[in-house]
Design a protein around this ligand. Structure first.
Ligand SMILES: *[C@@H]1O[C@H](CO)[C@@H](O)[C@H](O)[C@H]1NC(C)=O
Ligand SMILES: *[C@@H]1O[C@H](CO)[C@@H](O)[C@H](O)[C@H]1NC(C)=O
Ligand SMILES: *[C@@H]1O[C@H](CO)[C@@H](O)[C@H](O)[C@H]1NC(C)=O
Ligand SMILES: *[C@@H]1O[C@H](CO)[C@@H](O)[C@H](O)[C@H]1NC(C)=O
Ligand SMILES: *[C@@H]1O[C@H](CO)[C@@H](O)[C@H](O)[C@H]1NC(C)=O
Ligand SMILES: *[C@@H]1O[C@H](CO)[C@@H](O)[C@H](O)[C@H]1NC(C)=O
Ligand SMILES: *[C@@H]1O[C@H](CO)[C@@H](O)[C@H](O)[C@H]1NC(C)=O
Ligand SMILES: [Fe+2]
Length: 482
């Protein structure tokens, strides 16, 4: 009897949701198709990709959208993908032909009738409107599967505001988020198990814990911010395989199919590589106002890349394209930037080469010459679980002009967003190019693009929202019209 009632309720819900999204499509089946882990990202000047997960496969993921409260348009796809061990399908719908810099209301297939969300499309290249974006790296699951207020180093204080919650608090100030690698830290399940932090798990049950950590992360992020602001992401080493390069008696051979080689990361996102000639979520670029943004991949796909089979990080992942593809793409992408439209170039890669701790020399060899040749303005990194604001730097030397119209890129490392492993310490004495280092605070970076000549970065302590470090780069770009 009870199940009949539930079935009837379920059918009623199906009718409503299906009516709004796709006529005559009785595809919605309660919790099997209920959307979770919702997020979206820019996809070309007039596009947005909307993504969400469901317990079951959707034959035809659909997004209903419109400019007012009328969701009078529908976009479909056939992209509902999963992998061995995943408990969900990732659904991706690309919407094109949108008005730039415009707010839309949308809903996704099988959402509750009144669950409407909003996104704002990207600011056209060359538009001088000032804006702010949020930058994070190394952010993991919070709570009983990750960073908590018990049982680990650098545990949160009870009730401490996390970086996710801080982003939620500040979301009205920024237009998008950029997460430069290391998302969720699902591969920390082994450490959590070995530490006794997850006392009721076993090595055999690890694959399920890995997926639980991923699901928790994406839901926490959705509940706080990714349902409301575009979420751009790049690859970090913690996306590479199931066990963080091996731990104790265990090596990556314990990783089961589905939890190696960036599989979850490749399924979960659809970054705008199609629009920028890049590759999947590994390397791509996009324009927003006065800035050309580039995501690079410091993990695989260049000479001596650390996560490659036999590489220094022992992650046994990649490559994803023929030898040389990423570097060739980066050269072409940099060469094609119209500096009259987007005077600024900001590049993000996960592993730093300028930082007061072990550095990625092969990354430096692969990427720095191009940064210098093409006048990259700002280079952002993570991976180290602290904050370091460096100078403008070229070939290991701080630029004598500092941030006052340097010719070298300005480097910032911020991997302090927070995750199960806590924070780490920078090495002292610091290098001659280090300006400010903070290794005791969880936080994120707020960038403000003021105009053609000024960009500021603030390090925000997540716990209380205070700005605890701040600096502004001045660049006299040729062709600045404003
Ligand atoms: C582990 O299982 C025991 C016995 O069921 C339970 O009392 C305990 O709360 C569990 N611990 C955690 C952290 O889930
Ligand atoms: C926001 O994130 C916190 C963890 O940082 C999580 O506990 C909370 O559930 C999230 N909020 C929502 C509405 O999902
Ligand atoms: C990882 O996946 C790529 C793309 O499918 C494949 O070419 C590569 O060989 C894989 N690497 C490993 C170590 O399995
Ligand atoms: C890739 O190309 C570089 C230079 O073009 C070369 O030095 C390197 O040996 C090549 N690597 C492989 C794996 O073929
Ligand atoms: C700064 O330090 C680096 C090594 O950390 C060194 O190679 C470089 O010569 C130094 N530059 C100056 C100007 O002191
Ligand atoms: C650019 O922005 C900076 C920082 O807000 C400001 O000081 C400067 O006057 C602005 N330049 C122009 C030309 O408006
Ligand atoms: C906010 O938190 C940071 C980091 O813990 C601390 O240094 C700062 O003093 C705090 N600021 C205020 C106003 O409480
Ligand atoms: Fe990392």
């Amino acid at each position: 009897m009870a199940s009949q009632v539930l079935l009837m309720l379920g059918l009623a819900a199906v009718g409503q949701a299906a009516k709004g999204v796709k006529n005559n499509d009785p595809v919605c089946r309660g919790s099997e198709t209920a959307p979770e882990q919702l997020h979206f990202n820019y996809a070309g000047d007039r596009g947005m990709t909307v993504s969400w997960n469901t317990a079951s496969k959707l034959q035809s993921p659909a997004v209903r959208y419109g400019r007012g409260s009328q969701l009078d348009k529908i976009a479909y796809s056939d992209v509902s993908v999963t992998y061995p061990t995943s408990t969900t399908y990732s659904n991706h719908v690309f919407i094109d032909g949108l008005e730039p810099d415009t707010e839309y209301t949308f809903s996704v297939l099988c959402a509750e009738e009144n669950d409407h969300y909003r996104f704002k499309t990207s600011l056209p290249a060359g538009n001088p409107r000032p804006y702010t974006f949020a930058y994070i790296a190394d952010l993991g699951t919070m709570g009983s599967l990750g960073l908590s207020d018990y049982g680990q180093s650098d545990a949160l204080s009870p009730g401490e505001i996390t970086t996710m919650q801080s982003l939620r608090d500040f979301k009205d100030e920024f237009e998008f988020m950029w997460h430069n690698g290391d998302l969720a830290y699902a591969d920390d399940w082994l450490k959590e198990e070995q530490d006794g932090f997850l006392p009721n798990t076993t090595i055999e049950g690890g694959a399920a814990v890995y997926e639980a950590i991923l699901n928790a992360f994406y839901n926490e992020m959705a509940g706080n911010v990714t349902m409301e602001r575009p979420y751009m992401v790049g690859p970090g080493n913690h996306e590479a395989n199931c066990d963080d390069g091996g731990s104790g008696d265990y090596t990556e051979s314990i990783c089961v199919q589905g939890q190696t080689n960036f599989t979850g990361f490749r399924n979960h996102f659809r970054m705008p590589s199609a629009q920028s000639g890049g590759l999947e979520n590994f390397w791509y670029s996009w324009d927003y106002g006065l800035v050309h943004y580039i995501q690079i991949n410091t993990e695989t796909d260049f000479l001596g890349a650390p996560d490659l089979p036999g590489g220094s990080a022992d992650e046994n992942a990649g490559p994803f394209a023929p030898n040389g593809t990423q570097i060739e793409w980066l050269r072409k992408d940099l060469a094609s930037v119209d500096r009259k439209k987007t005077p600024w170039i900001i590049v993000a890669g996960h592993r730093p080469w300028y930082v007061d701790d072990a550095q990625c020399d092969t990354c430096q060899a692969a990427f720095e010459p191009l940064f210098l040749e093409y006048g990259v303005d700002i280079a952002l990194f993570g991976h180290k679980h602290f904050y370091e604001r460096l100078s403008a730097i070229a070939n290991n030397n701080p630029d004598p002009r500092g941030l006052d119209n340097p010719s070298a890129p300005w480097y910032i490392v911020n991997g302090a967003a927070g995750h199960y492993e806590g924070l780490s310490s920078y090495d002292t004495p610091v290098a001659n190019y280090t300006v400010k280092a903070i290794d005791t605070v969880y936080g994120w970076s707020r960038f403000t693009v003021h105009n053609c000549t000024h960009i500021s970065q603030d390090f925000i302590a997540s716990g209380n929202g205070s700005v605890i470090d701040s600096a502004t780069l001045y660049k006299k770009h040729d062709g600045c019209k404003f």
